[in-house]
Design a protein around this ligand. Sequence first.
Ligand SMILES: O=C(O)CCC(=O)C(=O)O
Ligand SMILES: [Fe+2]
Length: 370
Amino acid sequence: MAAVALPPQPLNDESSLKAALEAQEYLQSRLTATSEAPAFRSIPIIDLTKSFSSSLVDRRAVAEQINSACTDVGFFYITGHGIATGVCEDVLKLAHRFFHELPQPSKDAMLCNDYFRGYEPAAFTSVNNFESKETKEAFNWGYESGLDPTGGDGKYVELDGKPEASVNLWPSEKELPGFYAGIAKYYGEVLQLSRHLFRLFALSLALPEDYFDPLMTHPGGIARLIRYPPATNPKPLSELNEDEEIGLGAHTDYECFTLLLQDANQGLEILSPDNHWISAAPVEGGIVVNVADFLMRWTNGIYKSTVHRVVNRTDKERYSIPLFFSINYDETVETLPSCVKEGNPSKFPPITAGRYILDRLNLTVKTGKY
Ligand SMILES: O=C(O)CCC(=O)C(=O)O
Ligand SMILES: [Fe+2]
């Protein structure tokens, strides 16, 4: 069965902005009150090795674990994912080089553009309504067909639906030799891993395995190198801490799901429904996966998009590299058929992938459009 996408329609800016504002309200409600969902204290680890098997039975067994993780926690680690340790180590080294070797004026010359590509100095964006000053700095880039091992289908459009060659901003080869090639290596692999995961998500949702394939031929995929400075007052995660030094404020992600590579320093924390923060400390060889808001809506709320934040509690810098994987930005979709039942109708109107993400991003910038 082919994926059911709606026929092309004019972008409905109003419904996506409404959805973006609702997401902010949801965040505030999660931070101020507990939710009725069952509490959790740990994050499942899923070994993907069998998901690469030629046996559908093996692939379904992995998909079932994904279903439980997404229903209960919204976060899981993947191991056995096929991206070599060396590739992960190399891209983390590149992150270090970007922040330490590139002179500040060169970074400033690549200041984040309207599509959120380029360099974000500390405190440039704030995910949580500016309640906290964020210490992180970042370098963001997005999909280019040249970074896609499939070569893409030539139909990529940007967040606002415009066909753009590329709005990415790259440091020059002279200033940072090997940077683009190193990014391309990791990005290409993590993009393909995301497509593989989406097939497992399809199985996990009782959909045909290729259900999402036509929707990720030119997918949105913003990725970033993030640097968190060392803590000025290192201390472990504790309920008693009140003066948290926020690296990245409490938020949910916007797209379908995120694949996060982190270095050896812990800092990522996720919010259990009973409002306890749980550390998502690095797991050897593991990549963190979390459901984001677009997929939460698409599954009628069955898959959880869980609130998380980053507090670097160590005396070392911390680096992380998330990829926010989206379907093609020009797709408008309605609730998945397997997530709508008699007595449980769709809770969410259709929205367009890119426009929704752009509205969410715009709400994070001090000079935002709204
Ligand atoms: O740095 C991390 O560990 C998490 C980053 C994150 O949550 C994000 O960029 O949305
Ligand atoms: Fe996040």
